[in-house]
Write a new protein. Structure first.
Length: 328
């Protein structure tokens, strides 16, 4: 019996290119794949779905139906926190789908199937990093496709990749996850995003276009962590002007206090909030990795919150799949 394990990795989401209905294309996001934390799903063929993990069981039931296979016995070997800004939902869903497909030896295109799992509707970064890792800028959607109500599952396509670059080996990313309320998800996230988009002014997107084209892309191409960090931090601040009413400021509390402390550290080239937070990132390099960890702990102390601090490398490959045999 085939046993398939799929390990999928976290990502950072630096923000969107445009949230205004006054511009030609909507969304368009940028982010990077990380080498940690990760989710690992193991699947073997079965009749029906057998899984003790509630979230994985839900995704598995959808995957079994989409793939038209009898079922799967699923085990979650490892996972990371959901709804904190590191993209666990998309990685969980796609890893489950891919593991079941490989266990049954049936082909699957995760990009094509992601919308049927409820993923990739606005940002394409999570799907793109699952596929191939790296730094990703996606093209978003034509604004004319925007609808007031959320489309039914599968009634959208994942935004295409507009640019992808390998993350330099010497770069590192500090991640600080405070023990704080999680960001919105599901229907709450849809309502928040709809509110933001319907009232978003176009001026931040015009500034963002300049930052991304003249600063972010040259920095990743030339391998300058210092310039890249400063540029993506500005992307985050500009995005925060759109979200301020929905999240209680340019950053979701307590992310603002964490970012402010990290900005004062010489070990950090630029800091910001990943997606809806509360996770905060800092761009650094291998030489400053230890000092950046200390800066992360100092930021938690300054904000008077507990939390987790880690330093990750960029990942320039997609999800890892291992296939073997299980003897019953």
């Amino acid at each position: 019996m085939t046993r398939a394990s799929v390990t999928a990795y976290a990502r950072l989401h630096f923000g969107f290119c445009n949230l205004s209905l006054a511009r030609e294309r909507l969304y368009g996001s940028l982010g990077v794949g990380l080498d940690r934390p990760a989710v690992c799903i193991t699947a073997t063929p079965a009749d029906g779905v057998r899984c003790e993990h509630e979230v994985a069981r839900e995704y598995a039931a959808r995957a079994v139906s989409l793939l038209d296979v009898p079922g799967a016995d699923l085990t979650v070997e490892g996972e990371f926190p959901r709804h904190v800004g590191l993209g666990s939902g998309t990685q969980f869903a796609l890893a489950t789908l891919a593991a079941i497909a490989r266990a049954h030896d049936v082909p699957v295109g995760v990009r094509e199937r992601a919308p049927e799992l409820g993923r990739g509707g606005r940002s394409g970064v999570g799907v793109a990093t699952f596929e191939d890792g790296g730094f990703v800028l996606d093209a978003g959607h034509p604004t004319a496709r925007f609808t007031t109500d959320r489309p039914a599952l599968g009634r959208w396509s994942v935004p295409p990749v507009a640019a992808r670059h390998p993350i330099p080996d010497g770069w590192r990313f500090l991640i600080v996850v405070p023990d704080a309320s999680v960001g919105p998800s599901g229907d709450d996230e849809d309502r928040s995003m709809r509110t933001v988009v319907e009232s978003a002014p176009p001026s931040p997107s015009d500034r963002l276009a300049g930052v991304i084209v003249r600063r972010v892309l040259p920095a990743i191409t030339e391998g300058s962590a210092e310039r890249f960090g400063a540029a993506v931090a500005d992307v985050g601040r500009l995005n925060g002007t759109w979200y301020a009413d929905e999240q209680g400021g340019v950053y979701r509390p307590p992310a603002g206090e964490l970012v402010a402390t990290l900005d004062d550290s010489p070990a950090i080239y630029g800091a910001g909030q990943s997606s809806w937070g509360p996770a905060v990132y800092g761009v650094t390099d291998a030489d400053r990795a230890s000092a950046s960890r200390e800066a992360g702990r100092a930021a938690l102390d300054a904000a008077d919150v507990d939390g987790r601090v880690l330093v990750a490398e960029g990942r320039n490959r997609g999800a890892r799949t291992e296939v073997g045999r299980r003897n019953d």
